[in-house]
Design a protein around this ligand. Structure first.
Ligand code: PLP
Length: 448
């Protein structure tokens, strides 16, 4: 009889993986989950400190979200969203309209993060074409950015790990040197930074602003790049620069939205409003694949005309506006409100910063501990004084990941950056457990 792991590997090609690695580390087959904990079919438990790809916002199998989905399931599981609608989507759009940054008024539903980004890019392009800005056909993004893995989204990402192979298939976008606050090329620290690196954006706009339809950014936090956190002032300057060059600003809040950076949206934290904003992941509490591309009225208006004008946005995904996803999202908004989640998370975050600093701050291989909201990242380096990274071929982060799994912790690093991005309502006991297990795993791999 094959084991359940063997049955998995016989047919399943897992995402974002070299499947040969599975020879040594077969998949953990999860049977059930509760809060921040996953339980496999053999009775092992894993503390999910990365919220299952940053999606799980309020704990697994959250009773309130479950109840809302179950109730919705018996009324309406799915319906075509062209010409048809339903109460959960209508109510969700109304409620979000009161919460998103000012000026965002229209909600285009899609069914995952990458599709929200694709829609945003196509909208920006078509907006320019339909408002006399026909020379604006290109996009700008930051280096090391990540916006998903469909071809359009990959084209505005610049992480070689994901994109290199597909370059010949991609759009010719403009990649602006991103802020790198840990290894600031201007010799500044987070404390004395005056956004010197913004000069790169200014230069790029001076050369390419006229041909650019939109700039897309992950606001305040370049997650996949290794939880790189940059200042609010950078985003404020970018808003002003986009305005000066008549370039749309798209903020991709797929990872940062719904409280991950301490406020509901990172753009709100920086006090700016984008022209287009993408949300997903935490939107449904990480339960169901749903995303929304939210736009300012002026963008919507540029598409609004008689059919014969050919100005409609001809973009759809089968599961756009899925009622179960909307029901989950409504439950998330209720819980955030009723349980005062953001305020609680802020207290937990302050405490976690202290505990992480006490535990890892003096470690010779810890280059930086950076944090925003509950997200805390530890960048490992070979030489702390010189901030010299370990040789990537050693795959130290991966070795620590494997150790941590043996200790019942799901700590999926980004290269050599270990991080916590837990559900916002995680308790301090669970965080203490995660810190202990991360320390043990690090000590075993790097030496105590
Ligand atoms: N944008 C950002 C900032 C993300 O972090 C992600 C996923 O991690 C995406 C887009 C892509 O979302 P999805 O995986 O749902 O396509």
């Amino acid at each position: 009889m094959p084991t359940i792991e063997e049955r998995d590997l016989r047919h399943i090609w897992h995402p974002c993986a070299q499947m040969k690695d599975y020879e040594e580390l077969p998949p953990m087959v999860i049977d059930h989950a509760k809060g921040a904990w996953l339980y496999d079919v053999h009775g092992h438990s894993y503390l999910d400190i990365v919220s299952s790809w940053w999606a799980n916002l309020l704990g697994h199998t959250n009773e309130k979200i479950n109840a809302r989905i179950k109730a919705q399931l018996d009324r309406l599981e799915h319906v075509i969203f062209a010409n048809f609608s339903h109460r959960p989507a209508i109510t969700l759009a109304e409620r979000l309209a009161a919460l998103v940054p000012a000026g965002l008024t229209k909600f285009h539903f899609n069914d995952n993060g990458s599709s929200a980004v694709e829609a945003a890019l196509k909208m920006a392009f078509q907006y320019c074409q339909q408002t006399g800005r026909t020379g604006k056909t290109r996009f700008m993004c930051l280096t090391e950015s990540y916006h998903g893995e469909t071809i359009g989204a990959l084209s505005v990402g610049s992480m070689d790990l994901f994109a290199e192979m597909y370059r010949p298939m991609m759009m010719d976008n403009i990649h602006v040197e991103a802020p790198d606050c840990y290894r600031c090329p201007y010799g500044k620290t987070r404390e004395d930074c005056a956004c010197e690196c913004f000069a790169c954006a200014e230069r790029a706009f001076a050369v390419h602003g006229r041909e650019t339809a939109a700039m897309i950014v992950e606001p305040l936090l370049q997650g996949s790049a290794g939880m790189r956190i940059y200042p609010e002032a950078y985003l404020q300057k970018l808003r002003a620069l986009c305005d000066a060059y008549d370039v749309l600003l798209i903020t991709d809040e797929i990872a940062t939205g719904f409280g991950r950076t301490g406020q509901l949206f990172a753009a709100g934290r920086a006090g700016i409003s984008p022209d287009i904003m993408c949300v997903s992941k935490g939107l449904t509490g990480g339960y169901l694949p749903m995303s929304i591309t939210i736009v300012q009225e002026k963008i919507y208006e540029a598409f609004y005309a008689d059919w014969s004008a050919g100005r409609a946005f001809m973009h759809s995904h089968t599961y756009a506006g899925n009622p179960l996803g909307c029901a989950a999202a409504l439950a998330v908004l209720d819980i955030l409100d009723e349980e005062n989640i953001l305020e609680q998370a802020a207290h937990t975050a302050a405490w976690l910063t202290e505990r992480m600093t006490e535990t890892f701050g003096a470690h010779p291989n810890v280059g930086e501990i950076r944090h925003i909201g509950l997200i805390h990242a530890v960048e490992l380096v070979e030489d702390r004084a010189e901030k010299r990274p370990f040789d990537g071929k050693r795959r130290l982060g991966y070795a620590i990941y494997r150790r941590a799994l043996q200790h019942g912790l799901l700590l999926r690093p980004l290269g050599d950056v270990l991080y916590f991005n837990p559900p916002l309502n995680i308790g301090r006991d669970d965080l203490e457990t995660a810190i202990d297990r991360m320390k043990l795993s690090m000590d075993e791999v790097l030496g105590a």
